[in-house]
Design a protein around this ligand. Structure first.
Ligand SMILES: Cc1ncc(COP(=O)(O)O)c(C=O)c1O
Length: 368
């Protein structure tokens, strides 16, 4: 593609000297798992969010699984999640042994519809995973009211929401516990896999530290049945370099999103909206049109990369079919999967390239 959907190279190049120094520090220390860098990153990330504790883990999927395990949720339990999400949200739930229960989403923000909790909760329901999709915060007050009324755990899937805020408060500090991913293309991305669980409760954080390390209380003493899921020292050192830049990168994303908003206004498209409670981090810029596939083909022909987030809702995925009620059961999520198309958006996207993308979309709608 002439204009790629995303490129990680400019950020890595800009930070190359700092990244080299951070990685050299780890190599010189020759300590790679559960060490100083991880501890420092956990402190710094918790401070950035204003949260009690951050526990570094191997990836965002494990972060969801561990958040559930830390609350004793597993086999025989049900966990509600939005159908319009990345599959790892469901994989993290399934990894705990619990059954994912896909729910429909709000038509404007495409985040979990709070009314779905009353519709789908059963005596087996233990938790709700609220996904701040595309970096736009969920309607947390309404979700909180529904989960509190039923004694359910409210987990934030903040894998796409680093630095996004709900009513001025950072995503990741709004529910009972939160899961982050540091997959390289996230707003805060490692140079490999990484994740974190964020919690205010010190006892929960302590349990998470054991669970991520085979349930170890001390060396060779295992008081919990845990897994192996740790953020390694190299990735933690990389994330420490990048964290101070996160807010500036998010600002650049917001400015580019605003340019799309202006450039694409008035077309037969649904542009991403921002609810009045939201300061989105613009992880993605998904437009919606029933003509999605033809528009994507037109942009591809113009040399412009796009992606679909997400083409198949959870309840229609072959692996999760038994968790839902089939085609037509969650109409808003299904329609979003048929219509959404993400345009290139990353902090270093050149404005000249963005102008070309806007022009190509305008051209498509002039033709049809
Ligand atoms: C919404 C959402 N949840 C969970 C994950 C899982 O994160 P990871 O790929 O680090 O396991 C991702 C990212 O892939 C995501 O976008």
């Amino acid at each position: 593609m002439r204009i790629r959907f995303a490129s990680l190279a400019p950020q890595t190049q800009a930070l190359r000297a700092e990244l080299d120094a951070a990685m050299s520090r780890v190599l010189d220390r020759a300590w790679y798992i559960l060490g100083e860098e991880g501890e420092a990153f956990e402190r710094e990330f918790a401070a950035y969010l204003g949260a009690g504790h951050a526990v570094g883990v191997a990836n965002g999927t494990d972060a969801i699984q561990l958040a559930l395990m830390a609350h004793g949720i597993g086999t025989g339990d049900e966990v509600i999640l939005p159908a319009n999400t990345c599959v790892p949200t469901a994989a993290g739930i399934a990894g705990s042994g619990a059954t994912p229960v896909p729910a429909d989403v709000c038509p404007d923000t495409l985040t979990l519809d709070p009314a779905e909790i009353a519709r789908l909760a059963t005596p087996r329901t233990r938790a709700v995973v609220a996904v701040h999709l595309y970096g736009h915060p969920c309607n947390m007050d309404a979700l909180r009211a529904e989960t509190e009324a039923r004694g359910l755990l409210l987990i934030e899937d903040a894998a796409q929401a680093h630095g996004a805020c709900y009513k001025g408060q950072p995503c990741g500090t709004l529910g009972d516990i939160a899961a982050f991913s540091f997959y390289p293309s996230k707003n805060l991305g490692a140079l490999g896999d990484g994740g974190a669980v964020v919690a205010n409760d010190a006892e929960v954080a302590e349990r998470l530290r054991k669970l991520r390390h085979y349930g170890a209380e001390a060396r060779y003493v295992h008081t919990l049945r845990g897994i192996n899921s740790r953020l390694d020292e190299l990735q933690a050192a990389v994330l420490r370099v990048k964290l101070p830049y996160l807010n500036a990168w998010n600002e650049r994303r917001r400015a580019l999103a605003a340019r799309y908003d202006t450039g694409l206004a008035g077309l037969a498209l649904r542009l991403p909206v921002e609810a009045d409670w939201s300061t989105a981090n613009r992880h993605l810029y998904p437009i919606r049109t029933p003509d999605r596939d033809a528009l994507a083909a037109h942009l591809k022909e113009a040399g412009i990369g796009t992606l679909i987030h997400y083409p198949i809702p959870i309840h229609l995925q072959p692996a999760y079919k038994d968790c839902g009620q089939g085609s037509g059961s969650l109409p808003v999520a299904e329609q979003a999967c048929n219509e959404a198309l993400s345009l290139p958006l990353y902090p270093e996207l050149p404005k000249s390239e963005q102008d070309e993308i806007i022009a190509a979309v305008l051209e498509y709608f002039e033709r049809v």
